[in-house]
Design a protein around this ligand. Structure first.
Ligand code: 26V
Length: 818
């Protein structure tokens, strides 16, 4: 055992210091006597990387030896954010590193701030993937994440005169210490071309003669678990030109063009699509999907074949998870490889496919469902189109036996959509070929069953499950809120909640304890100070710490109703202006904080951002208002900004029109940090209410089942006067830009108000008033805050992942014993 231990790098501050200095000199190539904060970050991260690699090798070796059933998590997006603090905390050596740096004259926090975000995703779905990777590693599951290594992540948001501008995020500029390039782990990925028949040993096969070939190169990102040696792999693929394919162009003598064409291969993995609303049938997007799926499937089959001589055990060893429909071509790729390359008979291959795939949907609305134009697929992946037709033919034949010739229903359930643009319905393909379809909250599953997947639910009710989303308490409490984390451990008398989050319920018994309340308030105040400093540094605005920090941060969408928030702020402003001076003393001061990115082509969302700035300009410069009301837009909202903002929030807003947010995960992060929620009863909020109790939250608005009725009923003739008044203020140019805001005002006008801002306004203001009233009683508020954290355990991704492992994937923990 000791001989083994000697093999490991040492973690005492002296050894760490030496490691850091060695990396300064030999990796960063700076003098060990003269380096700055960024260079310290580079050296530190390489020293952490060394330790990750040790554990990662051991884990991978152990998995190989044990050959357990593995889960492969396929996602086109991962929002990892920063890695340094998360890694050192999961490795259990944060304090040692802080000491080591301190002795070298550096401050850990300042050095950690040097790291940029890895933003390879848009929003909820992508951050969920990152949280789930953390839980998979921590719970010792034999898991791999697969995705794309975009060179440009989600755009940087720059605000000029209150308007959003997008700038490219070339995040690899200063190198990325968290990845390991595996130049020998590569696979060819084919595109275009034709399909021909071939006879081999008496059997008839299809052969795909591609028109283009690109190489997929693996970049491995080790993901350490907390309190375990297990370190799993997030494997991201980058596109590189293939050496095999363009000999011809070199032979024709057009050397320059041949090289230029080779370079084009790299565009496949160059940029993340920043629109999370609609599918536009773009060829590059489809190429990205197939590229990553094909490389992953080849890798998975290669790993299986290394240990097995035939495919009999494939379903006992492999589970493939589709994160939304984006990777659904994996189904077709597995069929193609098994049938065309491994020469399995069709029925056997399709039996295997039906046992290994599971699919999770992350959307509620039919318009959010992905479609691939048949023409596009026919040209890019001709063999895959044939396979989809065959899958569909067999499915429809079976279906006819069950439901008869109900042509409407048959055509709704078909994988192929006929119409002006004939398309493949990715969701139908995913449902037909998966053994399980998961929703991301209870309400979400109910909606899927009642609406978009109704026909399939009636056919296969047993396929449909839900796994309410969760977030990792390691990142969202321990990394982002170290003082709250220490306080929780002190009162629970253990750090065990970091792995076993249900233990947080132990805080309930102290919720009324004045000593805990005092310490809780102190921690929260320091976090508010940190946030206030950030706001001042960013915008020059000084905010009062006595005010309620009232936050809404998430992607800007009409259904998330940031506009409702802004109209509520205008109402608050209007009330203050119209109040007797003496009454102003009774007003609860608010610092309203809004942040989020709008998809570049989403005009309404961009107008909401501009309106926020226009309203802020007016309010923040009005001396009548002073500290009673401030409005701040935080630019370039991303994971690391969230880590700063969430711990400092008193109140957070989750305003989606009921029935529109599949789950929502931001609310869970706020809850863990003791922030109170002002929310509609949508998505996972319904389950949060069960844990925290409606008394400890501020709920408002139409319920999921009211919304279709309200929409059906048409405009309410009894228009809320307060609502009409604030919309009129915007319309009349009170905040300037009258013409520009006209179309935005139109979206909430009677008869046009699809997201029901008008109907919910009164109830929204009541919830605001209830929050104000509660805030005045700080003792009560603190108690509610403690109870929020105490009830947040159910919303850990550990619980979600364990449920998936046991009930969907059928995998077991495989803890590395070294
Ligand atoms: C959709 C599209 C469509 C166009 C092409 C690019 C693209 C990229 C991503 C998406 C998916 C958006 C779906 C999404 O993020 N859903 C969110 O998933 C969260 C995790 O389950 C959930 O909490 C949110 O309620 C849900 O909106």
């Amino acid at each position: 055992m000791f001989a083994l231990m000697d093999r490991f790098l040492k973690n005492d501050p002296i050894s760490l210091q030496k490691d850091i200095l060695d990396h300064v000199e030999y990796t960063v190539a700076r003098s060990r006597f003269n380096f700055d904060d960024f260079e310290a970050y580079q050296a530190l991260s390489h020293s952490v990387r060394d330790r990750l690699i040790e554990r990662w090798h051991d884990t991978q070796l152990y998995f190989k030896r044990k050959d357990p059933k593995r889960v492969y998590f396929l996602s086109l997006e991962f929002l990892m954010g920063r890695s340094l603090s998360n890694s050192v905390i999961n490795l259990g050596i944060r304090d040692q590193y802080a000491d080591a740096l301190g002795q070298l004259g550096f401050e850990y926090e300042v050095v950690a701030e040097q790291e940029g975000d890895a933003a390879l995703g848009n929003g909820g779905l992508a951050r969920l993937s990152a949280c789930q990777m953390d839980s998979l590693a921590t719970l010792d599951y034999p898991a791999w994440g697969y995705g794309l290594r975009y060179q440009y992540g989600l755009f940087r948001q720059v605000i000029l005169d209150g308007f959003q501008h997008e700038q490219p995020d070339y995040w690899l500029n200063f190198g990325n210490p968290w990845e390991i390039e595996r130049i020998h782990v590569t696979y060819p990925v084919k595109f275009y071309g034709t399909v021909e028949d071939e006879t081999l040993n008496g059997g008839k096969y299809k052969v795909w003669i591609p028109g283009e070939m690109v190489e997929a190169v693996a970049y491995d990102n080790p993901i350490p678990g907390y309190g375990t040696r297990n370190t799993i792999t997030l494997r991201l693929w980058a596109a590189k030109p293939s050496d095999q394919y363009d000999i011809e162009s070199y032979n024709t003598g057009d050397y320059i063009n041949a090289v230029v064409n080779r370079q084009k291969a790299e565009t496949i993995s160059s940029v993340l699509y920043p629109d999370d609303r609609s599918y536009q049938g773009k060829e590059l997007r489809l190429k990205q999907q197939y590229f990553f799926v094909s490389a992953s499937v080849q890798d998975i089959i290669r790993r299986f074949k290394d240990a097995h001589s035939n495919f009999d055990e494939f379903p006992e060893k492999v589970a493939l998870q589709l994160n939304d429909t984006h990777p659904s071509l994996a189904i077709v790729e597995v069929m193609r490889i098994l049938v065309d390359e491994e020469h399995l008979d069709w029925n056997r291959a399709s039996d295997i496919v039906g046992k290994i795939f599971s699919f999770t949907s992350h959307t509620v609305i039919a318009e959010g469902l992905e479609k691939i134009p048949v023409d596009l697929l026919a040209s890019l992946l001709p063999r895959h189109l044939q396979i989809i037709y065959s899958i569909n033919f067999k499915f429809v034949e079976e279906l006819k036996k069950k439901i008869g010739l109900d042509y409407n229903r048959l055509s709704r359930m078909s994988i192929i959509e006929e119409g002006a643009v004939k398309s493949i319905r990715s969701a139908n393909l995913s449902i037909v070929c998966s053994h399980t379809v998961n929703g991301v909250s209870r309400v979400h599953l109910e909606l899927l069953k009642a609406n978009v997947f109704k026909d399939f639910y009636e056919l296969w009710p047993e396929k449909f499950q839900f796994k309410t989303n969760g977030v990792t308490q390691r990142r969202w409490i321990v990394v982002s809120n170290p003082s709250l984390s220490a306080l929780i451990s002190k009162w629970l008398g253990t750090e065990a909640w970091i792995r076993d989050v249900e233990l947080l319920t132990g805080l309930r018994e102290y919720a009324a304890d004045s000593f805990l309340q005092h310490e809780w308030k102190m921690v929260r105040k320091v976090n508010k100070m940190r946030l206030a400093e950030y706001i001042e540094a960013m915008s020059g605005l000084k905010v009062s710490l006595d005010a309620m920090f009232d936050v809404q941060i998430k992607r800007i969408h009409e259904y998330k109703r940031q506009l409702l928030n802004i109209l509520g702020i205008i109402h608050r402003y209007d009330c203050i202006k119209n109040m007797e001076k003496s009454d102003r003393r009774k007003v609860v001061p608010h610092v309203c904080i809004i942040g989020g990115k709008a998809a570049p082509g989403y005009e309404v969302a961009k107008k909401i951002i501009k309106l926020c700035h226009a309203v802020a300009e007016k309010i923040n410069n009005d001396s009548d208002v002073g500290d009673l009301l401030k409005l701040v837009f935080i630019p370039d909202y991303n994971v690391s900004v969230a880590e700063l903002v969430i711990p400092g929030a008193d109140l957070s807003q989750h305003l989606s029109t009921a029935g529109n947010e599949a789950s929502g995960t931001g609310s869970m992060k706020f809850l863990m940090n003791g922030c109170l929620l002002l929310a509609t009863e949508d998505g996972s909020t319904v389950e949060i209410i069960e844990e925290i109790g409606a008394d400890n939250m501020f709920l408002f608005g139409s319920k999921v089942h009211d919304v279709p009725i309200l929409r059906e009923k048409g405009p309410d003739l009894k228009v809320n006067l307060q609502f009409a008044r604030v919309v009129r203020m915007v319309r009349d140019g009170y905040f300037g830009f009258k013409d520009y805001f006209k179309s935005l005002c139109d979206t909430v006008e009677v008869g046009n108000d699809f997201y029901l801002l008008g109907s919910d306004f009164e109830s929204y203001l009541e919830a605001q008033a209830a929050a104000d009233k509660a805030f005045v009683d700080q003792e009560k508020w603190t108690q509610m805050s403690i109870l929020s954290t105490a009830g947040s355990g159910r919303f850990s991704s550990d619980r979600t992942i364990q449920d998936y492992a046991e009930n969907t994937w059928g995998i077991e923990p495989c803890p590395c014993p070294f």
